[in-house]
Design a protein around this ligand. Structure first.
Ligand SMILES: C[S@@+](CC[C@H](N)C(=O)[O-])C[C@H]1O[C@@H](n2cnc3c(N)ncnc32)[C@H](O)[C@@H]1O
Length: 85
């Protein structure tokens, strides 16, 4: 039998408790499954250097795309769920 051990750990640099996810432009639309923009920003800080394009095939309301623009990336997104009007 396969036993899986899972442990939880907090990464302080990715702890944005108290920072509203719906801040600024991210409050325009009340999408139910938005990434926290500060999580996306910290990932892009680490991985966007030298990159030109960001494609998010699960872009939802587009947090990743807006953050990608801040890093000067050309951004593309698709999602199975059309935004409700
Ligand atoms: C966590 S949300 C994405 C958050 C987004 N990346 C952002 O920056 O805020 C996950 C998304 O995956 C989409 N999704 C789930 N299954 C999918 C599929 N088969 N094809 C395309 N999108 C899908 C959902 O509609 C949902 O918007």
């Amino acid at each position: 039998m396969l036993t899986l051990e899972v442990s939880k750990s907090r990464v302080p640099s990715l702890d944005f408790k108290g920072e509203k996810a719906s801040f600024g432009r991210y409050g325009i639309h009340d999408y139910p499954a938005m990434l926290h923009y500060l999580v996306v920003r910290s990932i892009l800080k680490e991985f966007a250097f030298g990159k030109k394009v960001l494609y998010d095939p699960f872009c939802g309301s587009g947090v990743s795309l807006c953050e990608g623009l801040r890093f000067g990336l050309r951004v593309y997104g698709t999602d199975i769920n059309p935004l409700p009007s």
